[in-house]
Design a protein around this ligand. Structure first.
Ligand SMILES: [Zn+2]
Length: 291
């Protein structure tokens, strides 16, 4: 009986650890990653590494080295390097951290052995505050560019949203945008990290700012490679969730009751345990009450 009790505690601890966008741990500690990562070509010179049900990375290959956008969890490091080697002999020289969350920066400490890591100054500050390994040594405030092997990679901070330190990565010659978690293709309502400056209201303006760039393909922070129109649709769905929440507030539905009445299934989303339901639902209600 005691063994089962310990097991139950372990499961509870694992569930508590499932914060922003982090996939369930799965597998033994230090063991192989539970999911098989795959790599696919997005456009010539640009690839996506996909972790089914979890993160998506953009990989820019040039004649002078490779730049990747985000690096998942530490346990994914060897798999990421192995997959990059299947498409080029060039080493990973740069990593852009789109924001501080551990499922996007977990490989940073290992990547720093051979790569320069760049991120927004607020993303670095959040990582330092949270004692996360591998905060980006190179930061910027509004925009930056990396020139590698004749390719230009632009980093832009175009407003708050998922956090207050989100970076979008723009590949102008390929007309591709990598958004980090400002755009995710997941079955659940997008998560807002209110404790790190996230805001669902300004997120909408931030998406408008992303839409101003000239691109046709989007690599989201999670989920399959998508089209620019999918990002526009994402904004519309997010706006619908906001207006429906305001309507429930107007009807006097209290904070601890509104999720039961909030309709999202017609938008293709679910209100299942996860970063939104567990962490953001209360502050989201408050934000919608004020605005
Ligand atoms: Zn995130």
């Amino acid at each position: 009986m005691k063994r089962f009790a310990i097991l139950a505690v372990l499961v509870a601890v694992a569930a508590a650890g499932a914060v922003f966008g982090q996939a369930p741990q799965g597998g033994r500690q230090g063991g192989p990653p539970p999911a098989m990562l795959t790599i696919e070509q997005v456009k010539p010179g640009l690839y996506a590494i996909l972790n089914p049900g979890a993160n998506t990375l953009a990989v820019r290959v040039t004649s002078e080295g490779v730049l990747i956008v985000d690096d998942m969890f530490e346990r994914n490091y060897e798999d990421i390097i192995r997959l990059v080697k299947t498409v080029t002999d060039q080493p990973v020289k740069y990593v852009v951290s789109t924001h501080h969350h551990g499922d996007h920066t977990g490989g940073n400490a290992k990547m720093l052995q051979h790569a320069t890591i760049v991120g927004h100054k607020n993303a670095r500050a959040a990582m330092v505050k949270g004692n996360q390994p591998g905060p980006p040594p190179v930061t910027y405030a509004n925009e930056a560019a990396i020139h590698l092997g004749g390719a230009e990679v632009q980093l832009h901070h175009v407003g708050r949203g998922h956090t207050n330190g989100d970076t979008i990565v723009y590949f102008p010659d390929l007309r591709v945008m990598a958004t980090g978690d400002l755009f995710v293709v997941l079955p659940r309502v997008p998560a807002i990290d209110y404790t790190n400056g996230g805001t669902s209201l300004e997120w909408l303006t931030t998406i408008d700012n992303i839409m101003k760039f000239d691109f046709d393909v989007v690599v989201p922070g999670h989920g399959p490679v998508s089209k620019k129109e999918d990002l526009a649709r994402f904004k519309q769905r997010f706006m619908t969730v906001q207006s429906r929440t305001r309507e429930l507030i107007r009807k006097g539905v209290p904070k601890d009751q509104y999720l039961k009445q909030l309709k999202v299934d017609d938008l293709g989303w679910e209100l299942v345990p996860g970063p939104f339901v567990n962490n953001a639902a209360g502050p989201f209600y408050d934000e919608m009450s004020r605005n």
